[in-house]
Design a protein around this ligand. Structure first.
Ligand code: ATP
Ligand code: MG
Length: 365
């Protein structure tokens, strides 16, 4: 369908859809849309297309896609205030916290795009191991970004750290250390945004977020909230938390959609995977051996500095002959260390869960 959108309006499109700007000037979260380029909006996503001048679009809507025209912008005013505070820090470090579906990833995209109007580069660390935008689920990712983007997931990932879990509860130390490790890869004098997972609602989650803030010592903490869900963290944090509104027009995702997004992430990183044999003779495998992984468990292949090169799925581990067979796309020569996680996958990247009584109980964090 073709549609015309007047200046100063927003068209909210919920996928699956594809959209083309035929004429005019429009953008998404501060990133300009390019003329005559197809923009794909996935089933689980919604994008607000904001016009600068009257614009003409050509859109194809898939099954269950929807659209809604609204006056003005769907970006809350408080996002701009947070951006101004971040900008004033020059090359500051911001941590973004908030419950699931509050717009955390989008807020990071918004900060990125607006910052790039003033500066050449910005670093984004994605520490949301469940709904990862950078790197596969169960990992932390870093991107040094120099061009505005419509979604974080479309940028190149410059470094990754393997965690091996999609919920942070049992891997808190590992996540915090991993963020520190990624920070060593950020050139000096670059503003940095760190996104976090949406686990904030109970005492344990609050303690984790407070610990993270204490260790990372950010210059700014942006707390995305609809109502009082961050109050406990705000009251107990030594770093003041800037409250930022969760947008009114969020597209919330259910369990199945979250899982489908994770599986999309595994598949992307298992693309071009084949069955490969690894001799463990000269590799660091202490964690792998201690964890006694089973067939189907996710593997992290790390380089000599402990950064994740790529993931794989365990086929077989022969402890006596010190041989490992895995489904992966990493090159055998790039690997110095192999770690394993507690995610079970099929070779197609489907999450398999654990059969009754099979889930390993002991685990280092
Ligand atoms: N200001 C906005 N206007 C319109 N849609 C928005 C806005 N902010 C976010 N959305 C949409 O709402 C959905 C959820 O947002 P987002 O992924 O940023 O939330 P999140 O807090 O990162 O979620 P998760 O907990 O799954 O990581 C996305 O499809 C996003 O495009
Ligand atoms: Mg997110």
């Amino acid at each position: 369908m073709k549609f015309v959108l007047q200046a100063g309006k927003t068209m909210l499109i919920s996928g699956p859809a594809s959209l083309r700007l035929e004429k005019g000037s429009a953008g998404v979260f501060g990133a300009p849309l390019r003329l005559k380029r197809n923009l794909i909006i996935r089933r689980e996503r919604q994008l607000p297309i904001e016009t600068v001048d009257e614009s003409v679009f050509d859109a194809e809507l898939g099954e269950k896609a929807s659209y809604l025209e609204v006056d003005g912008s769907t970006v809350p005013e408080s996002w701009y205030l947070a951006y101004e505070a971040f900008q004033k820090l020059e090359a500051g470090r911001a941590v973004v916290i908030g419950s699931t579906d509050t717009g955390k990833s989008t807020f990071c995209t918004f900060l990125t795009n607006h910052t790039l109007k003033q500066r050449d580069r910005i670093a984004v660390i994605d520490a949301d191991i469940g709904q990862s935008d950078l790197g596969p689920p169960g990992s932390l990712g870093l991107s040094i970004i120099s061009k505005p983007l419509i979604e974080l997931g479309s940028s190149n990932v410059d470094a990754m750290v393997f965690i091996g879990e999609t919920s942070p509860g049992s891997v808190i130390e590992k996540v915090i250390e991993g963020i520190m490790q990624l920070q060593t890869r950020i050139p000096s004098n670059i503003p940095t945004v760190i996104n976090t997972d949406g686990w904030v609602s109970n005492d344990e989650a609050a303690a984790y977020k407070l610990r993270l803030l204490k260790e990372l010592k950010p210059d700014l903490v942006a707390g995305l909230a609809e109502s009082s869900e961050l109050d406990q963290i705000c009251q107990r944090s030594n770093t003041p938390i800037m409250k930022v509104k969760a947008p009114k027009f969020i597209k919330a995702r259910g369990r199945e959609e979250r899982r489908s997004l994770r599986e999309y992430g595994y598949r992307k990183h298992l693309r071009d995977a084949i069955h490969k044999n690894f001799s463990l003779e000269n590799l660091k495998v202490d964690c792998l051996m201690a964890a006694r992984p089973e067939r189907g468990e996710i593997l992290g292949f790390l380089d000599g500095e402990g950064f994740l090169v790529g993931i794989g799925v365990l086929e077989n581990l022969n402890r006596t002959r010190r041989l490992l067979r895995a489904y992966t796309s990493v090159s055998v020569r790039s690997v110095a260390e192999i770690d394993c996680g507690r995610i079970r996958l099929s070779f197609n990247g489907e999450e398999l869960g654990w059969p009754e009584g099979h889930r390993p109980t002991t685990r280092r964090t």
